[in-house]
Write a protein that binds this ligand. Sequence first.
Ligand code: KIV
Ligand code: ZN
Length: 524
Amino acid sequence: MTDAPKDRVLIFDTTLRDGEQSPGATMTHAEKLEIAELLDDMGVDIIEAGFPVASEGDFRAVKEIAERSKQSVICGLARANPTDIDRCWEAVRHSERPRIHTFIGTSPLHRAIPNLDKEQMAERIEHTVTHARNLCDNVQWSPMDATRTEWDYLCRVVEIAIKAGATTINIPDTVGYTAPVESADLIRRLIATVPGADEVIFATHCHNDLGMATANSLAAVEGGARQIECTINGLGERAGNTALEEVVMALRTRGDIMPYDTGVDTKKIMHISRRVATVSGFPVQFNKAIVGKNAFAHESGIHQDGMLKNAETFEIMRPEDVGLSATSLVMGKHSGRAALRSKLSELGVEVGDNQLKDLFVRFKDLADRKKEVYDEDILALVTATTTDGMADRLELVNLAVQCGTGGPARAELEMEIDGTEVSATCEGDGPVDATFKAVRECYPNGAELQLYQVNAVTEGTDAQATVSVRLEEDGMIATGQSADTDTVVASARAYINALNRLLVRRDKAGPGSDAREISYKDVS
Ligand code: KIV
Ligand code: ZN
């Protein structure tokens, strides 16, 4: 199989599968479709869109992404059993370029869980890869926990998978245990040792438990891997996965020592990074490579003088290369609807007429209150007005808060619930606590607050605050977001938004809707 020319490294994005497995990062159906479209547009070669057998919701998302995909290969995950593989095929077959990705844990610790000995597992691999290949020409196989699998056994099972028809062999460092020298060496030795290895693409899939995921992935490429598995912002379980933006920009920037190309349009990186941060509820740390708020901050800091003389003094990449505009002051209170639409499209955001209408009202309101409206402000508004395509059952009508040094804070809140107005006045330990209590009095519910997070969108005391609220009820998780120059108003809206999402999820999903309810260990 020659999927990639020698100097080309395929980018396999698993934000919607491995990334979405991070506790609390669950995305709605509409969000998954949006992220898949952005990945497809930015030139990602393969999108792992989900784990179809995990739930009706996952199945529907993978199927719809497969139907809509334009260029990317659409892949679904399946454990090593025919039921999973058939379900995966049912979902991905709607793509013009479908792929089945099937896996089994091959290390001693992982073999012990389904209680299979080496022979039984080898047989299972042969049967399941053959089964997948009979359905689909493009089959990826992964020995989970490969980096802790005995060398001889790893060679044996990789050979079996190749003979059974796998076209890509992925070597996961499932627990983030390997180091760069080892990572390169493992792939190099596998390619040199396993019969048929030159007929397939080797992939690397690294987790970041020791902070080495990106380095390990790039080392694997040095060893001969031609597919990197990664997620936007490094989203993923525990410490996450290799970050797409890091490997792509490292290959682009250090082409002198790593002469490999990717098909990714790097200018789209910043927008997708922000959207994933927003929809997953996992904000990007300020000093994160490439996409952190401070990654290019030297522009306005103490290095300014050197920068003005020659940008390369301190810059190894240009902010424009990752989609940051050179000047970010964009709009004011006199800007009209057409200007807003064109600004959004410049930021890579396409909105329908109804959303533009809502957005414009909120933009005008913001422009009246805030001197300068930046790109970041506009993106925050987009997030705040993005719904799941369903009318919200709960809405904030009015909020008045009293707080200060003189005693408990007090919130007077009015909400509309299914069209009926209700109100409550509550005291609390600070204005946010009082407000959340008032929401709960208006709309009694058992949802538990898992996360409450506030970030300033831009600088200055008139900056908008983006607030994320993550709620959990009966095993279902929903994250709500909002942005406002008033932090308490943004908090109330984010909380109500999370409740609306829980309601949508409860209505649509039914039992078994969370991919995490399905165990990786269950191979039968
Ligand atoms: O980390 C891992 O081993 C995985 C497999 C399912 C490929 O995500
Ligand atoms: Zn993984």
